[in-house]
Design a protein around this ligand. Structure first.
Ligand SMILES: [Zn+2]
Length: 142
C-alpha cells in the first residue's frame, strides 16, 4: 500500500466507497463518476499500477468478479452487454471498469468528445442516496 494512493486507501477502509464485493485480495465498488448507473470498479487490494503487471491469479480474481458483476448487471438493468475495461487513466492503481452498456458508445467516450480530442470531462456524480440504492441493488443481485 502507498499512503497517497486513493484506491489503496479505499481498499484499507480509510476512505468511503459504495462497496459491492470484497475478499482478502480484491474489492469491487461503484465508480464515483459513473458512465451508467451501476458502473463499478474492481481492484486488487495490493498496489499495482498497471494491469499487465498483475500476477495471473490476481488478474483472474479481478476478471471473475467482473464476470459475476456483469451477469448481475444484465439481470438488473436488462442490458445486452457489459464492458470490462482497464484504461490506466486517473488513478495509478490497476482498476477494471465494469460498465452496463445501454449504448455501443458507452465505453468509447464518444459522448465526451465535445471537449475535443485532447479533452475529457468526467461524467457527473450521482447523489449519495442514489449511489447507495444502486449498491444495494447490485449486492443483492450477486
Ligand atoms: Zn494503490
Amino acid at each position: 500500500m502507498t499512503e497517497t494512493c486513493l484506491f489503496c486507501r479505499i481498499a484499507a477502509g480509510e476512505l468511503p466507497a459504495h462497496r459491492l464485493y470484497e475478499d482478502e485480495a480484491i474489492l469491487a465498488f461503484l465508480d464515483l463518476h459513473p458512465v451508467r448507473e451501476g458502473h463499478a470498479l474492481v481492484i486488487p487490494k495490493a498496489h499495482h499500477v498497471w494491469f499487465e503487471d498483475l500476477p495471473v491469479d490476481l488478474a483472474t480474481r479481478v476478471t471473475t468478479c467482473a464476470q459475476t458483476l456483469a451477469r448481475a448487471m444484465k439481470r438488473l438493468y436488462g442490458v445486452p452487454r457489459v464492458a470490462m475495461v482497464y484504461t490506466g487513466i486517473h488513478v495509478p492503481h490497476a482498476h477494471a471498469h465494469v460498465v452496463p452498456m445501454h449504448h455501443v458508445h458507452d465505453v468509447t467516450s464518444r459522448a465526451y468528445l465535445n471537449d475535443g480530442l485532447d479533452g475529457f470531462s468526467a461524467p457527473p456524480q450521482l447523489p449519495a442516496e442514489r449511489m447507495a440504492q444502486i449498491a444495494d441493488g447490485l449486492r443483492a443481485a450477486l
